[in-house]
Structure formats: C-alpha cells, structure tokens
Design a binder for this molecule. Structure first.
Ligand SMILES: [Zn+2]
Length: 231
C-alpha cells in the first residue's frame, strides 16, 4: 500500500513537473514572439484633438455632433494607424475633458498653454492638429491643411498630407494655406492643422461621422506623414 502511494506520488510529481516545463515553454515562446513583435519606433508624432470640455467647437447642423468629439475620434484613429505602422503617437487629449485648469480665470489661455506644453515636451518629429470646419455657406466643403508662416518644413509636411488627401477625397482643396493658429505657431517641430471637412455642410457632416470615412481620411494623413519622413 505504502509503495503504491509512493509510486502514485512520484507519477503525480513527474506529470506536474512536465506540465510546468510545458507551460514555461509556452510562456517563453509567447514572450519571445511578443518581444520580436514589439514595434521599434522610427519616429514620433504628436496628435492634437482640438477643443474639448466646455469648448465643443463647431456643431453639426443636422445631427448636433460636436467638433470636439469628432476631433477626438479622428485623433485616436490616426494614433492607432501610426502605432500600427511603427510611428509612436502622443495625444494631447485622449478623452472629452478640456485641457484647461478648472480653477483658471482664463480657461482658453490655460488650455492653449497646456496644449503647447504637451506638444513641445512630446519629443515628436511632427505635430498634426485635428479640427472640423464650419462656414455660414452650407455648400462649403472639403479638407484643408494649414501650416505656420515661415516654416519650410511645416509647408513640406502640409503639402505631403494635402497631396495624399486629394488623391482620395475629390472635395479636398488642392493647395495648402498659411494659418495663423496658436498650436502650429508655437510648436517646436514641423506642424500642421488639418480641417477635415465642414460640419456646416449636411452631406459632409454625415460623411465625417462615419467610421469608414474617418479611417480612410486618417490613412491619407498617415500616408502624407510617411512620405514626409521619407523626403
Ligand atoms: Zn476647431
């Protein structure tokens, strides 16, 4: 009886040890695959979703969608695509909260300073600020890319992104524009502001809200950023 118990115990121990070795091997294989699949970032992009918190930005006339929520949707989509392509993405905001200090007297000033601080401490090679446009004339449509006056690299980045957007979206403007915006004026790296389309145009509002449109649009921005990096 004793001997049987001992044999049983020995067998159990052997099976148990074999299991540990097998599980260990599996984990080892898993982690080595994980380690080799870890992206080695070649570049970093900082993506700025405009507005947020009490500042919703432009509002869609038909559905009431706010610019701040669409900006966040596009910023997150672009960040995901960048990460998938081995470009590290830093977001200035990743939720619907505003960037301002709740106790600040001047919330707009507080927000812009925070935005600038995140952008310039991100260590990014380029900055892309995402916005949605609005205009009294509801027929106005199409994406526009802005860069800061006097920035040659900003111009090159804008040109590259606009060219790629135009290849997919016929409504997009086929030229880039100097824009006097705080985020691109104060960014320490080549920076652009992308107005993805007009929320004041009912048809474009509907398109901008669509996940497919958002993904296609962000792919175009990414393609433009990649070809800028390759210049
Ligand atoms: Zn805006």
């Amino acid at each position: 009886m004793k001997l049987k118990i001992l044999t049983f115990k020995r067998k159990t121990i052997v099976v148990f040890l074999l299991c540990i070795i097998a599980i260990g091997g599996l984990f080892g294989a898993y982690y080595s695959v994980k380690a080799s699949a870890m992206p080695k970032y070649s570049h970093t992009i900082v993506i700025d979703a405009g507005h947020g918190g009490r500042d919703g930005g432009a509002i869609g006339k038909v559905t009431g969608v706010t610019e701040s929520e669409l900006n966040l949707m596009y910023a997150k989509q672009l960040a995901k695509l960048c990460q998938d392509f081995g470009i590290k993405a830093v977001l200035t905001r990743s939720d619907m909260n505003g960037l301002y200090d709740e106790n600040a007297q001047n919330k707009k000033k507080s927000e812009m300073e925070k935005r600038k601080k995140i952008i310039n401490s991100s260590g990014a090679d380029v900055m892309v600020s995402i916005h949605m446009n609005s205009f009294p004339l509801s027929s106005s449509e199409g994406a526009q890319v802005f860069y800061a006056k006097g920035s040659d690299n900003g111009f090159n980045l804008a040109k590259s992104v606009q060219t790629n957007i135009c290849q997919v979206f016929k409504s997009a403007r086929d030229f880039v524009t100097v824009g006097d915006y705080y985020v691109i004026n104060t960014a320490s790296m080549p920076a652009i502001l992308v107005e993805c389309g007009f929320l004041s145009n009912p048809n474009e509002e509907r398109l901008l809200k669509s996940k497919d449109y958002c993904e296609k649009f962000c792919y175009s921005i990414l393609a433009g950023v990649i070809s800028y990096f390759q210049m």
